[in-house]
Design a protein around this ligand. Structure first.
Ligand code: GLU
Length: 451
């Protein structure tokens, strides 16, 4: 196939995605971002375009959409929608988190599931891609309400999951509390203590050490490696972090450990900038113990911290940026501001946080850019290590998990780097991640025949 005819085929595919999946803009965005990287690999390896491999890759193997009815504390019946999209299981069982957030719909779940295929392939740990969740909003709900919701959700989900089939975990709005409730209901319905059916469990009952920290830690390790390749060091750098969930908190922790200073965190209402660097103990107390807001952080921190309602952390000048909140949180105007402020590197802790046009601006300005499917793969990597521990009924010490995480992140960086070189785009982690992930998954699909 020539480059021109491959381009034509990819353009036709893009149109087809929009036609066949109407009103799914996030899914279109994620799919188109990958397709744009594939021309060189399809031209060089035409066998990976045969047998409708790309068409198959774009179509989830199975999509489950279901009603979740539950009772609130006033005794009223409530109804939400649940999702599980089992996208691709050629490399291993479907694997990916559950997101509980009012913005969740089929488009969001499909974009996340599609990204997950490539991310999981990059880890090299034998996991396929899937994602799920619900438009349920846990904010303001009591523990008892969250428990009843999780039980109702599992009453349908349990029949679709299993240690060798599909292994959910957390994402936005789903942490160890929710995983506990989901696991409890699975155990009750199936009468099986099947540790490997969910990851992100508590460490006292089958969970892995270091899973909570893994996404944030992994992203900082990836960023450090990107800088190292440019002859730069993370130590002494000023960093912007958005979000204030699990990913953001442990991004701040690792940044500080490596000698950088995290200046910001945010939530949907505003952001805080702390010129002394974010005080981790205070942040953890407010977010993990009290389930509070970043405004509370600013109120209690004292003179060094300022709370900015509305606004975005990207207004603050810094050396590196780690978007760790949610999709499309960093747009063209933000990218221009960051470039003007002299940003050197942007590494994605969230999934698809930088819009495609903003990515172009960063890359054109020579900013090192680590796409989420590579940079934030640490979370799912430690989930895969949790699956390993579960299948051997083992408990690994924290140090072993952290060493393995560091080595997976180094390997992911290396495979992205090498792949970008091989296809003539040195230093381009987007091509590196998309093409390396694509090669691994399609090789597995090809070997397993038409299904
Ligand atoms: N939700 C996380 C992600 O976006 C982790 C998924 C998992 O651990 O399975 O990769």
């Amino acid at each position: 196939m020539t480059a021109a005819s491959t381009q034509e085929r990819l353009a036709a595919l893009q149109k087809e995605i929009v036609r066949r999946n109407p009103a799914q803009p996030e899914f279109h965005q994620a799919a188109s971002e990958v397709l744009q990287s594939l021309e060189p690999v399809l031209t060089a390896r035409p066998e990976l375009a045969e047998a409708a491999l790309i068409e198959r890759l774009l179509e989830p193997e199975r999509q489950v959409v279901f009603r979740v009815s539950w009772q609130d504390d006033e005794g009223r019946a409530r109804v939400n929608r649940g999702f599980r999209v089992e996208f691709n299981s050629a490399p291993g069982p479907y694997k990916g988190g559950l997101r509980f957030h009012p913005s969740v719909n089929l488009s969001v779940v499909k974009f996340l599931g599609f990204e997950q295929i490539f991310k999981n392939a990059l880890t090299g740990l034998g996991v396929g891609g899937g994602k799920g969740g619900s438009d349920f909003d846990p904010r303001g709900r009591s523990d008892a309400e969250v428990m009843r919701f999780c039980q109702a959700f599992t009453t349908e989900l349990y029949r679709h999951i299993g240690a060798g089939t599909d292994v959910p975990a957390g994402d936005i709005g789903v942490g160890s509390r929710e995983i506990g409730f989901l696991f409890g209901q699975y155990r009750r319905i199936t009468n099986r203590w099947e540790a490997g059916v969910l990851t992100g469990k508590g460490t006292g009952w089958g969970g892995s050490q270091g899973r909570t920290q893994a996404t944030g830690y992994g992203n900082v390790l990836f960023l450090a490696e990107m800088l190292r390749r440019r002859g730069q060091d993370l130590a002494g750098r000023q960093a912007l972090v958005s979000g204030s969930g699990n990913v953001a908190i442990y991004t701040v922790e690792k940044l500080h450990e490596l000698g950088a200073r995290a200046l910001t965190v945010s939530d949907s209402a505003g952001y805080v900038v702390d010129e002394k660097g974010i005080d981790l103990e205070l942040l953890k107390q407010i977010k993990e113990v009290e389930r509070g807001r970043v405004r509370d952080y600013a109120e209690r921190r004292g003179a060094s911290a300022v709370y900015v309602p509305g606004g975005s952390v990207w207004e603050v000048p810094a050396d590196v940026a780690l978007p760790s909140a949610t999709q499309n949180e960093l747009n063209v105007a933000d990218a221009l501001t960051l470039v003007r402020g002299g940003v050197q590197a942007v590494s994605e802790g969230a999934n698809m946080p930088v819009t495609p046009e903003a990515v172009r601006i960063l890359r054109d300005a020579g900013v090192a850019y680590g796409p989420g499917k590579a940079a934030n793969a640490g979370g799912v990597a430690v989930s895969a290590l949790e699956m390993r521990q579960n299948s051997g009924r083992e408990t690994w010490p924290r140090e072993r998990v952290e060493n393995e995480l560091a080595s997976v992140m180094r390997d992911i960086h290396e495979v992205c780097w090498q792949t970008a070189e091989r296809y003539g785009t040195p230093g381009d982690y987007v091509t590196g991640a998309n093409v390396a992930g694509f090669e691994r998954v399609t090789e597995a699909m090809l070997a397993q025949g038409l299904l």
